[in-house]
Design a protein around this ligand. Sequence first.
Ligand code: GAR
Length: 189
Amino acid sequence: MKNIVVLISGSGTNLQRIINCIDSGEISNAKVSLVIADRECYGLKRAEENNIDNMLIPRGKGFSDELEKLLPDDTDLIVLAGFLSILSKDFTEKWNGKIINIHPSLLPKFGGKGMYGTKVHQSVIEAGEKESGATVHFVTSGIDEGEIILQGKVRIEANENAETLAEKVHQIEYEIFPKAIEKVLKIPL
Ligand code: GAR
């Protein structure tokens, strides 16, 4: 059984999707052993309702060191599911190949510092893009720069706004995230 630790900052709909896919077997032989948030958020409630251990480590300078201390030794995969803090170089190097992130654009476009949530969708629309999507990638010390595992695309319609695009991108995230997790868990050590 593989142990997944999920890091969140927000409503946690991707966390819920991961939990559901473990229950349905779409993600096999795994469990969410712990959910960690860097701020108060609805995702912590979801963890609680699903009887998953959860904790809050306040965001800020000491976050990664605290995370390193509290992370169970038997953690197989760290999944960033709407997690907005930046992990330290030391932490990402130590857990190299074992941290993945979902980002709401077609990386390398619209990634990097300050690019998260609605800001991403707003920038995509302002740039006049014809398509957007979501990317699951390995996490390295460079923000949104690690190797891409899976991407999913959505079309941008003429009357699209950041809100409607966010909703579409969320739907594609729910498709690719479980597939990417299953894929990474199957990589031999
Ligand atoms: C998702 O769209 C995810 O791609 C994005 O936050 C949202 C979280 O939604 N992540 C980032 O912007 C990270 N740079 P959720 O809390 O409902 O899963």
